[in-house]
Design a protein around this ligand. Structure first.
Ligand SMILES: Cc1cc2nc3c(=O)[nH]c(=O)nc-3n(C[C@H](O)[C@H](O)[C@H](O)COP(=O)(O)OP(=O)(O)OC[C@H]3O[C@@H](n4cnc5c(N)ncnc54)[C@H](O)[C@@H]3O)c2cc1C
Length: 290
């Protein structure tokens, strides 16, 4: 039996390693193939630290070659373009086609933009290692440019859209990093602004009211301005248009306002509902019995 696992994130890597162990322990006639677009496993929960240079960038990734070395798992590095479920086959970006008997889908989630005009084009997301590196370089460049600018306020303003877990974490880290960046670049500290915006009435809603209040107090102490009940209507370069015709100018807009299931699933004709993004893993074929 050919078992193929899509995604070498938390869910996919764990599933691959556990299945490989079971197959070897019980002598099952099965192979495990793991497919990921990257040659590394990314430690997603430290990406906000990578994005703000709080850790060395290599600390956020582990080479899959090394993680899989003592297993029989076959690793294929490629981006999956389509799942042809009726043919039990996958189409990869490099033109290869892989057949499977059982398929485990663990592709994680994508940033959700809710069709807000300009949101995808003019903001920086934070869901992957590459995005974290891009965000880090972008923020550094704004501070460097601000050092010699006549009006540095916009360059030194970071707006974070989304007051969930990732939004609160990155807001705190940007605040922490700003002092260091000002010292390194000569950018004026008194012009630094950090705004965290959420369309809901509280931060960290999934953890309850106490957590939101606690987070707000901590962020306030760190100099982060929190704007609740603030809905973004459109984004333009360096400009957030807020409901009620208010405008916020910021050279860095970080979009962490939510996630959705990878578009690839619906494009492949698989059923996707609003809970799919929070479900890390799906198994196509039938249940795998251990
Ligand atoms: C900044 C940040 C901090 C977080 N902190 C925490 C925390 O402290 N605690 C916590 O529990 N959760 C945290 N989370 C959430 C947590 O990271 C996710 O819930 C978790 O990563 C989901 O695991 P997963 O295996 O489903 O997907 P992922 O870990 O995202 O893995 C998906 C994998 O699929 C691959 N992939 C995607 N599309 C394709 C394709 N088309 N072809 C090939 N490969 C593809 C990707 O390269 C990736 O390796 C955080 C998230 C973020 C963004």
């Amino acid at each position: 039996m050919q078992i193929v696992i899509l995604g070498a994130g938390y869910a996919g890597l764990r599933a691959a390693l556990d299945l490989d162990r079971l197959i070897r322990e019980h002598g099952y006639d099965a192979t495990v193939t793991l497919v990921d677009q990257n040659a590394y496993h990314q430690v997603v929960q430290v990406l906000h630290l990578t994005a703000t240079a709080a850790i060395h960038s290599r600390e956020a990734i582990y080479e899959l070659d090394r993680l899989l070395r003592s297993s029989d798992i076959q690793f294929v590095q490629s981006r999956v373009c389509r799942i042809a479920a009726l043919d039990r086959a996958l189409e990869l970006a490099d033109g290869r086609r892989i057949s499977y008997d059982r398929l485990v889908i663990a592709l994680g989630a994508e940033t959700a933009y809710y069709n807000i005009p300009g949101a995808k084009e003019h903001t920086l997301p934070l869901r992957t290692y590459e995005q974290a590196l891009a965000l880090r370089e972008h923020i550094k460049a704004q501070f460097s440019a601000a050092a010699g600018a006549a009006n540095p306020r916009v360059l030194l303003t970071t707006a974070i859209v989304g007051g969930g877990f990732t939004g609160c974490q990155i807001a705190g880290e940007v605040a922490d990093w700003s002092d260091q960046l000002c010292a390194e670049t000569g950018a004026p500290k008194n012009e630094v602004r950090i705004a965290l915006l959420d369309r809901g009435p509280a931060l960290l809603r999934q953890f309850g009211a106490w957590a939101g209040k606690d987070a707000q107090r901590s962020l306030d102490r760190m100099g982060v301005s929190v704007y609740l009940n603030t809905k973004i209507e459109a984004v333009e370069p360096q400009l957030l248009q807020v409901e009620g015709k208010r405008l916020l100018r910021a050279a860095t807009v970080i979009w962490v306002a939510g996630i959705q299931a990878p578009a690839l699933l619906a494009e492949s004709g698989l059923e996707v509902d609003s809970t799919a993004a929070s479900m890390s893993i799906g198994i196509y074929g039938c249940a795998i019995k251990a």
